[in-house]
Design a protein around this ligand. Structure first.
Ligand SMILES: [Zn+2]
Length: 272
């Protein structure tokens, strides 16, 4: 099996604050180490049950977080940004399954460090009237390539959000959210053990989880946190401003929708 891993940091055990997640945070390097080891746990589990090729996409912020030298020898790492497919860069139909490590809930939900792609810019993202966070949007990109997302790790509420898209997804809950910047965390070693075992279980039961898809056509609605962002994004000729804070556009291709969402966020964030 060929495995694709999208690795974020907010859902890693022990990560609860901006000091952990932002580039200049005092505890960022420690959090990067925790993240690297949770990804390793997934890789080790996958290898133990026969995975062949494992590609990891560093999916947080600068997308330069994982300590490459500390990562398992039998893996390849996509580092850096910008990337056309952002958190899903590298995914293709050559992969058999995708794993999401260290994920978090969508903006406005009661999950630890909740946000959707950019917490300073985005209030919500909807496809055909359904709101999705990073889990759902990234799972749809995997689904576009016919790849099922079979495992998630993160806080209890993130796992719940994932189950709304993929009810039988394999999972490891590594912390319980108390509030946006507080969690009850498993010991890092325990979290890694759970991720390793969860990964093995997901691969050993391969075939039960189908790729996550929604039928086209797609109507995308993006709601921003202030009207200045909407002002900037409505310059794009294909978008309609439908509310003071929201734009909308239509497209039949899921991958193009994802790239247009990402582009809109980049344009909006360039004004802040
Ligand atoms: Zn992140």
């Amino acid at each position: 099996m060929n495995i694709f891993i999208s690795a974020d940091i907010e859902g890693v055990s022990g990560v609860v604050h901006n000091e952990h997640t932002s580039r200049d945070g005092k505890e960022h390097d420690y959090a990067r180490m925790l993240m690297t080891e949770e990804v390793n746990a997934c890789i080790i589990g996958a290898l133990e049950v026969g995975a062949k090729r494992i590609v990891v996409n560093d999916s947080h912020g600068t997308m330069r977080n994982i300590y490459h030298e500390k990562l398992h020898l039998n893996s390849e790492l996509i580092l850096g940004s910008p990337k056309k497919l952002a958190m899903m860069e590298g995914i293709s139909s050559e992969f058999d399954a995708a794993f999401f490590i260290g994920y978090h809930t969508k903006m406005g939900q009661n999950g630890i460090l909740n946000h959707t792609f950019n917490g300073k810019v985005i209030k919500s993202i909807e496809i055909n009237g359904m709101e999705f966070g990073e889990f759902g949007l990234n799972a749809l990109v995997a689904g576009y390539f016919n790849v099922p997302v079979i495992f998630i790790s993160g806080c209890n509420l993130t796992v719940k959000e994932a189950e709304e898209c993929i009810p039988n997804i394999y999972q490891s809950i590594v912390k319980e959210t108390i509030n946006r910047t507080t969690a009850l965390n498993l010991h890092p070693m325990k979290a890694r053990e759970l991720i390793k075992e969860g990964t093995k279980k997901a691969i050993l039961h391969y075939g039960q989880i189908k790729p996550f898809t929604i039928d086209p056509p797609y109507t995308i609605k993006i709601e921003f946190l202030n009207t200045g962002f909407t002002d900037a994004v409505e310059i794009l000729p294909f978008v309609k401003r439908i509310e003071p804070l929201a734009i909308s556009f239509e497209n039949d291709n899921l991958l193009e929708c994802y790239r247009l969402i990402r582009s809109s966020i980049m344009i909006a964030s360039s004004t802040s």
